[in-house]
Each structure stands twice: as structure tokens, then as C-alpha cells.
Design a protein around this ligand. Structure first.
Ligand code: CU
Length: 494
């Protein structure tokens, strides 16, 4: 017993001795360890300003001109809060609360050392008090308390930009989550001394998640749903405040050979974005909007209340697709944008299709996707006019059909039959309905050409199937048939 005690005592004495040697080595040891513990961050709070200017604010997807070589200044920022009704998706309205009338709010651009005098105005027609918390601010609440402002009032506060980077700003009035969910967020860029390296094009893209009383696609004015927001059960995940803000004729543009910079933010309120551009690799990413630059990135994570600066050169003509790579959000909830690149092909970088052949090891089996879930959905009650059916049907077409049958219904030779001027469709409506709701396989002849591809059954309600077919029948030289939900229901029961 004594020996045991003695040896363990000796042991602890030795280990204490060793520990104290190690500890003193760590504390007073090599210089690199010393400097690693010291905050060597530059004292940007000491930068002197020279002159003053009014900040140019821009609506998304545009950004103000770069700061370039200008000295730090007193920078006046004037922002107006506007509560307004606008479209969240085609036929879906929402009451947005905005900084500057847009979601995301106006883009603010300054440089390190600038002293910002910020005026926040709350329009007299607004119903609620608001404020602003800028993540670029060093100070109480990021300015939230100092800027708390009732409708019909304005508040002025000032701060110095002492950390370069891309920062989110947002409303922080209770209930904070609700103010952010309604669109109260935007970006403020603090450029380093001398500015960011110049590029050919810069754009402003910001993701946000939305929570509505109705389901995704339910038409009319949709109120905010607090419970869904608490449950993080988003109906819409979008770029720049609405489904389709950056698609079709609103797509971003660039020319082959140009350098593109995206200032990408995520307002949340809940979801983290896996930001990705289909068909491109990010040459450089300012991770989390800060000073670390990562090279050759496929997907960059953008936290709620965070941002990233993404740079890349576009080498070949294509339509690049901006997505949240949590991919159901992109194709089912709206987190999808486009960057159209025009210019000369470069077949060394990308050849396009070289050869197309038939390969079908599994045979012609209909691939059915959740066959019962469509029938479980109730038929919606409000009848639509033919024009409304066509409008709504186009949305469904753009989501479910265009990838195979192509944007103008022209189809793809040897693979997917055309829907434009289609004798197969125009001859028999019930047959067309059957193809949509049950799928189609085996050889068919369309406009004299034989097709043997397999069309999967589509998960659509009777009304959705009727609308998409009405759109197809009233497009591209087809016979103008109007399909009703009842017709679809009848065919479904056959
Ligand atoms: Cu607010």
C-alpha cells in the first residue's frame, strides 16, 4: 500500500514537473507562437477620412460602381423602408417589407475607413416600426437600437467601416424572424484599401426562404405563416425575392472571355444555402464574405445571415444555372437563376454532344414516380378561365416538361417527340391525358417520325394536368383544345 502510494506520488510529482516545463515552453517559447496570440489586425479605425459623398444605392441584381482608389470618406447613406404587395411567384402575391422597395434591399458599397452617416426612413404608409442591424457595424446591435424607427419618422446614426468584407444587413425588430422572413435583408460591401480587383461584370444575388399559409403554387395573396417559419418548412426558396427573378428575359448576362463576380448573400431566415452554378467552377471564393480566398470551388456554403464573393471567368457560351444545391429547393421551391453567356464556342473547353446512340439495357419499362400521391391531392375548387389555365399551365410545363420536350415544344430528334403542331396530340385528347398522368412507353409515330422513348408518369393533380395540357394545346400551332380537370379525372378512373 505504502509503495503504491509512494510510486503514484512520485509519478504525479514527475508529471507535474513535466507539465510545468511544457506550459512554460508554450507561454514563453518560440516567437511564432507569441505573434499568433497577438491581434495584429490593422487599425482601420484610425484611417482618416477625406471629403464626403452620397452613396449610390442600387436595386438587385445591380451593384454600385467600385470604390477604386478613392480615399476613405464620410459616406451618406439614405434608405427608405417600404411595405408593399408584390408577386412571390406568378399568380402568388405576398406583402413584402423592404429596404428600398426591393428584396433583397438596396446594395450599399463603401470602403474600409469610410464613416457612414446612415439615415433610415420609415414611410408614413407603413404599418410597423422597423430598424436595421448591419453586420458591417461594430457597435450595439449593429445599429438596431439606434435606428429603431416608427412609420412616418426617420433616424440617423453613424458608424465607421473597420473590417473589409461582404456583410448582410437586416431588420431586427421583434418578431425578428418575421421581419426577415418578409424580405427585410440586403448586402453592404466594404472594399479593402484600393478596392477589390476589377472584373468585367458584377451582380447582386441573395437567397431567402418564404413561408405562406397556402402551399407552393397556391394562387392569390398569401399571408405569412408563423408556424411553418418556426418549423423551418419553407414553401419557397428564392433568389432576389421571387420565383423567376433571374430567369428568362431577367437572366443575368455575360460574354465569353469576361470575368464575372457575384456578391451572394443569404437572408434566411432559416436555411443555409449550398450555392452552386451549374456548368461553371468558381475560380475564387471569398469564403463567408471575408478575407480568406479559396480557389477552384464547386459549391460554397452560405450561412443564413452570411455572404460570399464568387469570381469566375466564362469560357464558353451556355446558360449557367444558379442554384441552391439542396436541389429540391431549386427545382421545386424556386431557388434557380440563370446567367446567359454568349459568344464564340471553344470546343477544346467543351465539345457539346459528339455522338448520340440508343442504349436501353433495362428495356421499355414505365418509370412511375409515386403513383398514388397525385390521386391523394384534392381537386382545387376555383375554376380558371382558359387564359388563366394557359398561364398556370406554362409554369407547370417549364418545371415538368420542357427539359425533354424543349422550351418551344420542338422535342429532340430520336429521343423526345415534338409537342408543337403535333398530329399525335391533336388527334386524341384522352390519349394525351393518359400519357401525362400514366406515362407512355412503346413505339409511337408523331408527325411521321417514330419514337420509342419512355415518358414517366407525372405527379400532377387533375387540375394541374388539365392546365398544362391546355397550355400545350394552345401553343406552337396546336388545335386550341381546352382540357378540364373533370376530363382528367375521368381518364384517371378508366
Ligand atoms: Cu422590420
Amino acid at each position: 500500500m505504502y509503495h503504491l502510494f509512494k510510486s503514484s506520488f512520485a509519478c504525479s510529482v514527475i508529471s507535474t514537473f513535466l507539465f510545468s516545463i511544457l506550459l512554460s515552453a508554450a507561454l514563453s517559447g518560440c516567437d511564432s507562437q507569441k505573434s499568433g496570440q497577438k491581434n495584429t489586425h490593422p487599425r482601420h479605425d484610425r484611417i482618416e477620412t477625406k471629403g464626403d459623398m452620397v452613396a449610390q444605392l442600387t436595386s438587385p441584381p445591380n451593384v454600385p460602381a467600385p470604390v477604386g482608389n478613392r480615399p476613405a470618406k464620410k459616406l451618406k447613406v439614405e434608405m427608405e423602408i417600404i411595405e408593399k404587395e408584390a408577386e412571390l411567384s406568378d399568380g402568388v402575391d405576398y406583402v413584402f417589407w423592404t429596404f428600398g422597395g426591393t428584396v433583397p434591399g438596396s446594395f450599399i458599397r463603401g470602403r474600409v475607413g469610410d464613416e457612414v452617416e446612415f439615415t433610415l426612413r420609415n414611410h408614413p404608409d407603413n404599418k410597423l416600426p422597423h430598424n436595421i442591424d448591419l453586420h458591417a457595424v461594430t457597435g450595439q446591435g449593429g445599429g438596431a437600437e439606434a435606428s429603431f424607427v416608427a412609420p412616418g419618422h426617420e433616424k440617423v446614426f453613424a458608424f465607421k467601416l473597420i473590417n473589409p468584407g461582404l456583410y448582410v444587413y437586416h431588420c431586427a425588430t421583434a418578431p425578428v424572424g418575421m421581419h426577415i422572413a418578409n424580405g427585410m435583408y440586403g448586402l453592404i460591401l466594404v472594399e479593402p484599401e484600393g478596392g477589390l480587383p476589377p472584373v468585367d461584370r458584377e451582380y447582386y444575388v441573395m437567397q431567402g426562404d418564404f413561408y405562406t399559409k397556402g402551399e407552393n403554387g397556391d394562387r392569390g395573396l398569401q399571408p405569412f405563416d408563423m408556424q411553418k417559419a418556426v418549423d423551418e418548412d419553407a414553401d419557397y426558396v428564392v433568389f432576389n425575392g421571387r420565383v423567376g427573378a433571374l430567369t428568362g428575359d431577367k437572366a443575368l448576362t455575360a460574354k465569353v472571355g469576361e470575368t464575372v463576380r457575384l456578391f451572394v448573400g443569404n437572408g434566411g431566415p432559416n436555411l443555409v444555402s449550398s450555392f452552386h452554378v451549374i456548368g461553371e467552377i468558381f475560380d475564387q471564393v471569398h469564403v463567408e464574405g471575408g478575407g480568406v480566398v479559396n480557389d477552384n470551388v464547386q459549391t460554397t456554403l452560405i450561412p443564413a445571415g452570411g455572404a460570399a464573393i464568387v469570381d469566375f471567368r466564362v469560357e464558353v457560351p451556355s446558360t449557367l444555372i444558379l442554384v441552391d444545391h439542396s436541389i429540391f429547393r431549386a427545382f421545386n421551391k424556386g431557388a434557380l437563376g440563370m446567367l446567359k453567356v454568349e459568344g464564340e464556342k471553344n470546343e477544346k473547353v467543351f465539345s457539346g454532344e459528339i455522338l448520340e446512340g440508343i442504349y436501353r439495357p433495362e428495356g421499355n419499362v414505365i418509370q412511375e414516380i409515386e403513383p398514388d400521391s397525385a390521386e391523394a391531392k384534392p381537386v382545387k375548387s376555383t375554376p380558371l378561365t382558359k387564359a388563366e389555365k394557359i398561364k398556370v399551365g406554362k409554369l407547370i410545363y417549364d418545371k415538368s416538361c420542357f427539359a425533354c420536350h424543349q422550351p418551344e415544344g420542338q422535342g429532340l430528334p430520336n429521343a423526345f417527340p415534338p409537342l408543337a403542331k403535333s398530329d399525335y396530340l391533336n388527334a386524341d385528347v384522352d390519349r394525351a391525358i393518359k400519357a401525362v398522368i400514366h406515362g407512355l412507353s412503346g413505339e409511337i409515330t408523331v408527325n411521321g417520325e417514330k419514337y420509342k422513348s419512355v415518358m414517366p408518369a407525372q405527379v400532377l393533380t387533375d387540375e394541374e394536368a388539365a392546365n398544362v395540357l391546355t397550355y400545350i394545346y394552345n401553343s406552337w400551332g396546336n388545335n386550341g383544345t381546352e382540357v378540364s380537370a373533370e376530363q382528367v379525372s375521368k381518364v384517371r378512373k378508366q
